[in-house]
Design a protein around this ligand. Structure first.
Ligand code: 5GP
Length: 194
């Protein structure tokens, strides 16, 4: 997605060889026009998959997931990372190791928002080692629903996540793929199209 690549080049900051900061348009301040374009891109990739629901994880997955939900015409459920007094009934949970926080946490979705008839698209902002996406897929499976695909805004292809998710046999689509962050520079993966 060229628009997203240009935005990353212009407004992203490479914090280390492994971490890209995109607080200017995705993780803190949000660019609604860009998020709408992101939602349209996911809708065109997964539009023929019969998606009935989108699942993401708070907080940075919510903006792209809501725009994809708008364009696909389906509801969006986000997994909570923190305990909430209102989130009490019949919780489906998974343990997720956070790449950026270096801590393990429990994510939860109420079983009332997922059913065995759901065909679910997982959306997240970044793919690093695939732990967040795998946690969401575990919750979808606990509900007896089907994980129909995974949509990632920014994939860091030099980390293990893509390989982990490909191993699950679920379709994975990333809007941009980063080959390297070495030397403080973002290098995109050159996609070979046949
Ligand atoms: P994974 O679960 O694939 O190891 O890591 C993905 C999660 O970690 C995403 O939900 C995202 O919030 C966070 N993350 C991973 N790498 C980066 C990064 O380079 N920059 C930012 N801003 N977040 C990241």
């Amino acid at each position: 997605m060229e628009l997203l690549k240009r935005k990353i080049e212009k407004e992203g900051t490479v914090l280390s060889d492994e971490v890209l900061k995109v607080d200017a348009f995705l993780n803190h301040q949000i660019d609604p026009e860009l998020m709408l374009a992101v939602g349209e891109a996911f809708a065109s990739l997964f539009g023929s998959e019969g998606i009935t629901k989108i699942v993401t994880i708070e907080s940075s997955g919510i903006a792209p997931a809501v725009m994809a939900g708008l364009k696909l015409g389906v509801p969006v459920v986000f997994a909570r990372k923190r305990q909430s007094l209102t989130l009490t009934d019949n919780l489906l949970t998974a343990s997720v190791y956070s790449f950026t926080k270096k801590t393990e946490s429990t994510i939860a979705i109420s079983a009332s928002h997922l059913s065995k008839n759901d065909n679910v698209l997982v959306i997240d902002d970044f793919l690093a080692n695939g732990q967040a996406a795998k946690g969401l897929i575990s919750i979808i499976e606990q509900a007896g629903a089907k994980a129909a695909g995974i949509g990632i805004v920014i994939e860091k292809s030099f980390q293990n996540g893509r390989k982990e998710l490909d191993g699950l046999g679920i379709r994975v689509e990333s809007l941009v793929r980063i080959a390297s962050l070495e030397g403080g520079k973002v290098t995109f993966l050159q996609e070979v199209r046949s």
